[in-house]
Design a protein around this ligand. Structure first.
Ligand code: COI
Length: 382
């Protein structure tokens, strides 16, 4: 048995490591990760940890990936006390592996848990779990620069009770899968449907938390978008149904102007939007590329008129899964329009390139966003 603790944290969080006895061969890993559909090419391990009222966080272990055994009265299944994260590990051209903004994801995980009356996982434990899993399973990340390892931390209420109150026991699991772009490898532009019937989040609700229910509640509108020939749904604010908030599970950016006058606008965090980590990164990277960026409300009318007048030249969505994804067409119940010339714009391409180059370690990392994770001695077979 191998253990791993964070240096400098004293007794700190320890992940007990019990890796699989016979890791898969490089050939078998390659076969399982060739063009995988999003969320299907799981690696061989997972981290599991438990929280209980009397012991706090304990039993943090790296284990072979395996199904969980759950009581039918597991409260998280019934009442949705369940929050998650999504972050990614990238391989640099030199072969080193780093995780993008792990600390920011650890903070958001805590804030989502707080909103749902769940125990907040200490940042050191979250990071130790990430280091342990990425250390062991990084051989799964293909050399292909378009691919990465998506990490999915999940925390759910595991107490066996159907009482409607904050649970007294919780389970944490961290999984990893190999992925390319959420919309496939080529980042093709997507067509969006602006729903005026459904909203993603209520005023005072859980929109700012990354909780399971927000995603379940989005599926019907997403299906409505699909029936209208669109790839994704766009959400408006829940009060006036006028202001653009998000696209599916991703944030949105608008480009006003072009060339040297181009500037970025993204809807402000009003409480019903998720504070995307990629959104935050782009708000900081864009000015470094000479593109001013601001948070300001954008209405549907402004979007439509801005595209007609040529003032809005590009729109893109962003998120851990989606990376930077161009949007080229908009459909609503009262009409549809094209953004720019319908092709991926220059600002979108520049930001996409800047972000992925930084994530892949091809550019300096002045913000300290990349967390290097060395391979564990027990990583999978060569
Ligand atoms: C992500 O971008 O990581 C997300 O969480 C969206 C996902 C639900 C597909």
């Amino acid at each position: 048995m191998d253990t791993r603790s964070l240096p400098g944290t004293g007794p700190g969080p320890v992940i007990i490591e019990k890796p699989v006895e016979s890791p898969l061969s490089a050939e078998e890993r390659g076969r399982r990760t060739a063009s995988p559909a999003f969320g299907t090419a799981m690696t061989e391990h997972m981290v599991s940890a438990v929280w209980s009222e009397d012991r706090g966080w304990h039993d943090a272990e790296l284990l072979p990936y395996a199904p969980l055994l759950l009581d039918p009265a597991t409260v998280g299944l019934h009442y949705g006390q369940s929050v998650f994260e999504g972050l990614k590990a990238f391989r640099s051209p030199a072969g080193e592996v780093s995780v993008f903004r792990a600390e920011a994801h650890a903070r958001r995980f805590r804030s989502s848990a707080r909103r749902l009356m769940m125990p907040e996982m200490p940042e050191e434990l979250f990071l130790a779990a990430v280091d342990s899993l990425v250390g062991h399973d990084q051989a799964w990340i293909p050399d292909d620069p378009g691919m990465s390892l998506y990490l999915r931390p999940l925390l759910f209420a595991s107490e066996r009770t159907l009482a409607l109150r904050p649970a007294r026991a919780y389970r944490f699991v961290l999984l990893a899968f190999v992925t390319e772009g959420y919309f496939g490898p080529d980042q093709r532009p997507v067509r969006v449907w602006i729903t005026d019937e459904y909203t993603r989040a209520a005023a005072g609700g859980t929109g700012a938390a990354k909780c399971a229910g927000n995603y379940a509640g989005s599926l019907l509108a997403q299906e409505e978008a699909r029936e209208r020939g669109c790839d994704q749904v766009v959400w408006l604010d829940p009060v006036e149904r006028k202001w653009v908030e998000e696209m599916g599970g991703m944030n949105l950016f608008f480009v006003r102007g072009s060339g040297a006058d181009a500037r970025l606008v993204t809807p402000p965090l009003t409480g019903s939007l998720l504070a995307g980590v990629t959104r935050d990164a782009l708000l900081r990277l864009a000015p470094e590329l000479g593109i001013p960026a601001e948070e300001a409300p954008v209405s549907v009318a402004d979007w439509r008129e801005g595209c007609a007048s040529g003032e809005i030249t590009e729109v893109f969505a962003c998120g851990t899964a989606a990376r930077v994804s161009p949007v080229n067409e908009v459909a609503t119940s009262t009409g549809s329009w094209t953004i720019g010339d319908g092709r991926t714009g220059e600002v979108t391409l520049r930001l996409s390139e800047a972000l992925t180059s930084l994530q892949r370690g091809e550019l300096p990392d002045p913000h300290g966003w990349m967390r290097p994770v060395p391979p564990s001695g027990r990583a999978g077979g060569a």
